[in-house]
Design a protein around this ligand. Structure first.
Ligand code: CP
Ligand code: NVA
Length: 306
């Protein structure tokens, strides 16, 4: 593992290995065992071209707990935002720091940064993928259900970056995934095809439809995300109409297994993709999920930057 650009770059064993490592780091952290020897003196640059709460704070806190330091680099303030190339940014930053986390629009930019730089690059969300989120999701599911293989995850809503990464993450770990999106809001074809190919070796089932009821029936895990991802704000009104029958409310949620858990990467918009009774209900694990971003990213950074 040299970078974390997309979950497809990781083997199934590497994903499980990261979750095992994150579980250990979480347990030790809660028992007062310090990790500040692991990346002592190392520096992570965090480039943000989009807003963030969880990613920004969990990477910065994680780096501090590992004994290193994180630099917040808003793309509006660095020269990248004024047209300096990714190529020159990658080469320059490689002379100063030990790793880069980037949140931006184009997946190609993240790949270019990794290609031209000489330090590990971590994808902190692009329009296509959100691999750190899905690693935390898989960790949260295993923590709650005790296993991954053979479970059914239903993703209801927009076929966005989180959905694309869930397809790959579930396929790699043997989780069956049913994705229901309105017509025209499907996951990217290349992610669906990649997931189907992986699933043929791991035995997981990949089901893509426009039917939220069929998708959620008998699910162990129910997942949704905002209908309006960052960059889609101009389509807000149309999206709210197109997604109206894809809301995870108590009626839809009742069709999942009685012990199904609810996940959402956050930020959530109550009354749109999910109702308050579901996200704030007893089977919602959204804050464990948010917490696990910290532990899994510590495992990722320690693996890539040690
Ligand atoms: N889930 C997630 O990535 O949250 P932020 O946008 O707050 O980082
Ligand atoms: N799909 C959302 C995820 C936010 C963490 C977005 O891209 O805005």
């Amino acid at each position: 593992m040299k970078h974390l650009l997309c979950l497809n770059d990781l083997t199934s064993e590497e994903i499980i290995g990261l979750i095992d490592y994150a579980d250990k780091l979480k347990y030790e952290h809660k028992n007062g065992i310090r990790h500040d020897h692991i990346l002592r003196g190392k520096i992570l640059g965090m480039i943000f071209s989009k807003s963030s709460t969880r990613t920004r704070v969990s990477f910065e806190v994680g780096m501090k707990q590992l004994g290193g330091h994180a630099l917040f680099l808003s793309s509006a303030d660095i020269q990248l935002g004024r047209g300096e190339t990714i190529h020159d940014t990658a080469k320059t930053l490689s002379r100063y720091i030990d790793g880069i986390m980037i949140r931006t629009f184009s997946q190609k930019d993240v790949e270019e940064l990794a290609y031209y730089g000489s330090i590990p690059v971590i994808n902190g969300l692009t329009d296509e993928a959100h691999p750190c989120q899905v690693l935390a999701d898989l960790m949260t599911i295993r923590e709650s259900k005790g296993r991954l293989k053979g479970l059914k995850l239903a993703y209801i809503g927009d076929g966005n970056n989180v959905a694309n990464s869930l397809l790959i993450g579930c396929a790699k770990t043997g989780v069956n995934i049913s994705v229901a999106t309105p017509a025209g809001y499907y996951c990217e074809k290349k992610y669906v095809e990649a997931a189907q190919k992986i699933a043929s070796t791991t035995g997981s089932c990949i089901d893509i439809s426009t039917d939220p009821v069929a998708a959620i029936t008998d699910a162990d895990v129910v997942y949704t995300d905002t209908w309006i991802s960052m960059g889609m704000e101009a389509d807000r009104e149309k999206r709210i109409k197109d997604f109206a029958s894809y809301q995870v409310n108590s009626d839809l949620f009742s069709k999942a297994k009685p012990d199904a858990i609810f996940l959402h990467c956050l930020p959530a918009y109550r009354g749109y993709e999910v109702t308050e009774d579901v996200i704030d209900g007893p089977r919602s694990l959204v804050f464990d999920e948010a917490e696990n971003r910290l532990h899994i990213q510590k495992a990722v950074m320690a693996t890539l930057m040690e």
